[in-house]
Design a protein. Structure first.
Length: 339
């Protein structure tokens, strides 16, 4: 089969197309012939080596975090799936492997994809949809009476988060460029702040819950808009202590060093939160078959829309990653492996 491999950490030059043996399923695994692969900003961070201390890589490594496809083989102990099933999944964080014509993956991470979507559109759901669901439902616990701010609303996670929050009855404000205002209002945003014209903390508004999808300097600015007793959750800033410890298997000494480094790196933001009387947390989404089933149900019942920005063929992966890296995508960038 054909697969893309990382030859090391770095920029676009470390990605190559190679021929690899077709995978065989372990007892608890299925092999899926991929039909489409979703690309994400985290793919770029993984390629650069951002997580190398927590998850040292053995090269060559097949990257990729989410996919759709058809089950072509199942392990001896798999009873939940059958050959021929149309499925989607978010891969194991330490293993990755989606950017290939076939993927061997633990069956417990794989579920039937939404019946109302094609393979390409469904590939936009697993990572971003699960992240948004776990942020709105769990980390932020958004309620009807809440005022919620979502930064970066035109990202795929942002679009899912806005819709999920709107379903609770919360008042939703988001930041985006002027060109995204109409779409984001359709998805449920009550107010859209044009970040080109207005700083998010320039007004007097205070929000009960804040979801940061931008990171960088915005994380500090957001401390000025969180109400006392509120919550600020980020998926883009530096992880807080304990937030990624269980994403990867690591030696105790490595885990201790990781926690110490994150404690120091986030000290300023956590102190700011204490002074402001709100909680600050980094959310590291966990792959979850149950969450994928919930998302599929919402989609099939017309309660959740999926936005694809652009579609690339398998031999155009370099162009697809360039689109992700441009940060101009409005929705998901998807690579299709077959027509």
């Amino acid at each position: 089969m054909l697969a893309y491999e990382l030859t090391g950490f770095g920029g676009p030059e470390v990605l190559r197309l190679s021929s690899r043996p077709e995978p065989l399923p372990g007892p608890h695994e299925v092999v899926v012939a991929t039909r489409a692969i979703g690309l994400n900003p985290v793919d770029l961070l993984q390629r650069s080596g951002k997580f190398r201390f927590a998850n040292p890589a053995r090269f060559p490594l097949v990257p990729g975090n989410e996919f759709t496809g058809v089950v072509v083989a199942a392990g001896t102990d798999v009873t939940s799936l059958s050959v021929g099933d149309a499925v989607f999944a978010r891969t194991d964080k330490a293993r990755l492997g989606a950017l290939a014509e076939q993927v061997a993956i633990e069956a417990e991470l794989v579920v039937p994809m939404p019946r109302s979507l094609d393979f390409v559109t469904a590939a936009a759901v697993p990572l971003a949809g699960t992240t948004a669901l776990q942020a709105i439902r769990d980390a932020l616990d958004v309620r009807q009476e809440d005022r919620l701010l979502v930064t970066g609303g035109s990202s795929t996670v942002g679009m899912f988060a806005i819709q999920l929050a709107a379903r609770t009855g919360a008042s939703v404000t988001t930041t985006a460029s002027a060109g995204s205002t109409s779409l984001l209002r359709e998805l449920g945003a009550d107010d859209v702040i044009n970040y080109h014209a207005q700083a998010v903390d320039s007004g007097r508004d205070r929000f009960d819950k804040v979801l940061d999808l931008v990171g960088g300097t915005s994380a500090a600015a957001l401390s000025n808009v969180v109400a006392r007793g509120g919550r600020l959750v980020t998926v883009s800033a530096t992880p807080t202590p304990g937030s990624i410890r269980h994403d990867y298997t690591m030696a105790p000494w490595r885990a201790a060093l990781l926690e110490a480094g994150l404690w120091l790196a986030t000290l300023g933001l956590r102190r700011r939160a204490r002074r402001g009387g709100y909680t600050y947390q980094f959310l590291s989404m966990r792959p979850s078959a149950d969450d994928l089933r919930e998302l599929a149900s919402l989609i099939d019942h017309g309660a959740l829309r999926v936005k694809v920005d652009s579609i690339y063929d398998f031999d155009q992966v370099a162009d697809a990653f360039a689109r992700v890296e441009s940060r101009r995508a409005k929705g998901k960038v998807v690579v299709r492996t077959t027509e």
